[in-house]
Design a protein around this ligand. Structure first.
Ligand SMILES: Cc1ncc(COP(=O)(O)O)c(C=O)c1O
Length: 458
């Protein structure tokens, strides 16, 4: 039987949650046009939509919030924020933003020209959206194991260097002004990247003089996996591993809403003076002055503290084992997931669960809707709805390899009983899977359609 780790904290504050009855849930999801982003949070019982910005902050972070210095320029809280980031990431410049996508938008707007390519393992949706919005073309170069939900490989987030070489040979190095790597690889199942791979990828891009940026949202979870799975780092501290990771990069974008354990915040950090200056002038127009970005002093303070707390090994052990508990409990019930369990989320393999729903009818969305109707659980589709795009040359829709429902676990929020409830509901959905239907789109925007798409049942 799956093992649940005892929490390395006790609970000081609670928030009431409530389960609507089945008829109400059916009405709510119909009114939401079968888009789970359109539901009101109060109509959800267990909210696993995202681990982003949904953490419970610690007593220390709340104390920091009270100490926040709200000076417009040069606040003490910015200093604390900068010191904390430099201590871990080690880059020269620290540029605060209100969240991760703002960091991406600032970076890509200053580095991309139309027609440029940006390789990564798998870009997250906002990263992809920001690259496209600046005329760029995102390219995913994850190893083949990372695209096969059933292989049990320890570092499924790794980049395939042959795929990088193929891209360079095909498009020419002058078309690649920046390369990225996402740790952990969210869109590929929250799977980690090994330090060995980070070092190889860094050497690869150094050879061509292409700067490597790390999408660092879950760098602490990735560092914990490295400690567990890469023998030579068993005796290293998590912070030492994190520092080594960043020493192989030229910069990083970060949504602090993940491993910095806060509800809002982000940053870009980098070494390049010229690029930092360009980003900073753009920041001042769009986000705010360079010592607060889009954040208040108290937010900066919470990030500064959370970044260090997020490296605590007892916390990370609990965090990773809690996620594994959910994954292993689902497997025990015969429910297919991306294996092995990722860091922040469990990904249900919707293609395998609903083989009769074709990809153009969004099987993963059908599964996500069914989980809400059955038990008030909100996950998120990571499949055709999120990632399919029109090939400009052929006019055909190109669908991603994976059709997943991500059940992301907010940090320090849900208990074992909540997770057991999720497993019970998933089992009920499995039992009635043959009766589930696909969906068709009735409205969609140009970019990031899954956030506002409207659907109807087929
Ligand atoms: C890997 C990755 N990159 C970037 C982002 C964007 O961060 P934010 O939601 O703070 O804009 C996310 C958010 O989930 C993410 O998971």
């Amino acid at each position: 039987m799956a093992k649940y780790p005892p929490e390395p904290f006790k609970i000081k504050m609670v928030e009431t949650i409530k389960l609507l009855d089945r008829k109400e849930r059916i009405n709510k999801i119909r009114e939401a046009k079968y888009n789970l982003f359109n539901l009101k949070a109060e109509d959800i019982y267990i909210d696993l939509l995202t681990d982003s910005g949904t953490s419970a902050m610690s007593d220390n972070q709340w104390a920091g919030i009270m100490r926040g210095d709200e000076s417009y320029a040069g606040s003490r809280s910015y200093q604390h924020f900068e010191d904390s980031i430099k201590d871990i990431f080690g880059f020269k410049f620290v540029i605060p933003t209100h969240q991760g996508r703002a960091a991406e938008a600032l970076l890509f707007s200053k580095i991309l020209k139309p027609g440029d390519y940006v390789p990564s393992n798998i870009h997250f949706d906002t990263t992809e959206g920001n690259i496209r919005n600046n005329g760029g073309i995102p390219v995913n170069c994850v190893i083949d194991e990372g695209l096969d939900p059933s292989t049990n490989y320890p570092f499924k987030g790794n980049i395939d260097l042959n795929k990088l070489q193929q891209l360079v040979d095909e498009v020419g190095i002058e078309k690649i002004p920046i390369a990225m790597i996402t740790i952990t690889n969210n869109s590929g199942g929250g799977q980690p990247v090994s330090l060995e791979n980070i070092i190889e990828v860094s050497k690869f891009w150094k050879k061509y003089n292409v700067p490597l940026f790390i999408d660092a949202c879950r760098y602490a979870e990735n560092s914990y996996f490295i400690k567990q799975r890469e023998k030579i780092y068993h005796n290293w501290s998590i912070k030492e591993i994190a520092k080594k990771i960043f020493s192989y990069a030229d910069g990083a974008t970060m949504s602090a809403k993940k491993d910095a354990l806060v509800n809002i915040g982000g940053f870009v950090t980098l070494n390049d003076d010229e690029l930092a200056k360009k980003i900073t002038s753009n920041l001042i127009i769009t986000e705010g002055f360079r010592t607060y970005g889009g954040l208040s002093g108290r937010d900066l303070e919470a990030v500064a503290i959370g970044l260090q707390e997020g490296l605590n090994e007892d916390y990370l052990k609990y965090r990773i084992e809690q996620t594994a508990y959910l994954g292993e409990s689902l497997l025990e019930q015969g429910i297919p997931i991306v294996q092995p369990p990722g860091g922040h989320a469990i990904y249900l393999d919707a293609r395998n669960i609903l083989p009769d729903i074709p990809q153009e009818h969004f099987p993963a969305q059908a599964l996500a809707v069914a989980l809400y109707i059955e038990g008030g659980i909100r996950g998120v589709e990571i499949g055709g709805l999120m990632f399919a795009y029109k090939d400009e040359k052929t006019g055909d829709m190109v669908y991603p390899k994976l059709e997943l429902v991500r059940l992301a676990i907010p940090r320090r929020v849900y208990t074992r009983a909540h997770l057991d409830y999720v497993v019970g509901i998933a089992r009920k959905v499995m039992e009635k899977r043959e009766s589930l239907k696909g969906y068709r789109i009735t409205y969609q925007p140009r970019l990031l359609r899954h956030f506002t798409v409207e659907l109807e049942e087929i």
